[in-house]
Design a protein around this ligand. Structure first.
Ligand SMILES: *[C@@H]1O[C@H](CO)[C@@H](O)[C@H](O)[C@H]1NC(C)=O
Ligand SMILES: *[C@@H]1O[C@H](CO)[C@@H](O)[C@H](O)[C@H]1NC(C)=O
Ligand SMILES: *[C@@H]1O[C@H](CO)[C@@H](O)[C@H](O)[C@H]1NC(C)=O
Length: 242
């Protein structure tokens, strides 16, 4: 009996040690995720929480003169990319293979609308495929999807609002307990004039607003992801309780 207990606890210890419980967060999107400063601001806000050491992941390290030399720049923001093209080319599969994540934020659809006037249903279909690929990579992926910011140039905001309107119902339909989708509204309260530096990308004011919207959702998603990892670590005890 003593020997058996010893064996059980040794196995538990080695299994837990073999798991890397460092949480990983991927900021995923287009230039509004790549060449902006909300990532730096969001990282700074996390430093005051238990999630200061979360590993930000992604193939890009783009810095945008944010005046911050400390933050983790890793991200999967791709300037000019359409959600539809990323989905059609299965690019997210490789990106997540190289840099697996526990939590992901997605701000996409702007280029689908601005560059190619793609209809809402096609963008939403791409989102569905992308969520499937996130879950293929990690069945417990915690997913935060943005209702996207307005544009300051052209007349795209009706189309953007139509996409944004479709997002909550779509997300509800795909929601899963182990892989929740949370929708955050980056449109409301964002000024398509004074919050953008060039009609497309947030300036300091816009970056601050975006970071403030992502922040509570990201903290919550990290809390849920952390709880999952702790549960997974304790579950290895179960076969030995009888
Ligand atoms: C866990 O992963 C992080 C980053 O991915 C790394 O810095 C750390 O050394 C790893 N820890 C272990 C115990 O492997
Ligand atoms: C998905 O489920 C989570 C709870 O697991 C909930 O907090 C969230 O609001 C749901 N998402 C949507 C879009 O309804
Ligand atoms: C950009 O942000 C600043 C404040 O951060 C604001 O005062 C300014 O009006 C904005 N710039 C433009 C071009 O709207």
């Amino acid at each position: 009996m003593v020997a058996f207990k010893f064996f059980a606890s040794t196995l538990l210890a080695s299994t837990v040690a073999g798991q890397n419980t460092t949480l990983r967060y991927m900021p995923f999107g287009d230039s509004i995720t790549e060449i902006i400063c909300w990532r730096a601001m969001l990282w700074e806000k996390l430093q005051t929480t238990e999630f200061a050491s979360v590993n930000w992941v992604g193939s890009g390290k783009t810095e945008n003169n944010c005046g911050d030399s400390k933050y983790d720049r890793d991200n999967e923001g791709h300037s000019g990319f359409l959600a539809i093209n990323i989905a059609n080319a299965n690019q997210l599969v490789g990106w997540l293979k190289t840099n697996p994540a526990d939590v992901i934020t997605m701000h996409l659809g702007t280029n689908d609308i601005v560059q190619q006037n793609k209809p809402v249903d096609q963008i939403i279909a791409a989102f569905t495929k992308l969520v499937g690929q996130m879950r293929d990579s990690n069945p417990n992926m915690k997913i935060i999807v943005a209702q996207i910011i307005p544009m300051g140039l052209g007349s795209y905001n009706t189309a953007i609002q139509n996409l944004n309107k479709a997002i909550p119902t779509w997300a509800q339909g795909l929601n899963k307990t182990e892989s929740p989708i949370w929708v955050v509204d980056q449109y409301t309260g964002f000024n398509g004039g004074s919050d953008l530096r060039d009609g497309v990308h947030p300036n300091q004011s816009g970056d601050t607003k975006m970071a403030n919207i992502w922040y509570p959702a990201l903290v919550h998603a990290l809390e849920v992801a952390k709880a999952d990892k702790l549960t997974a670590a304790t579950k290895v005890e179960v076969p030995f309780t009888a």
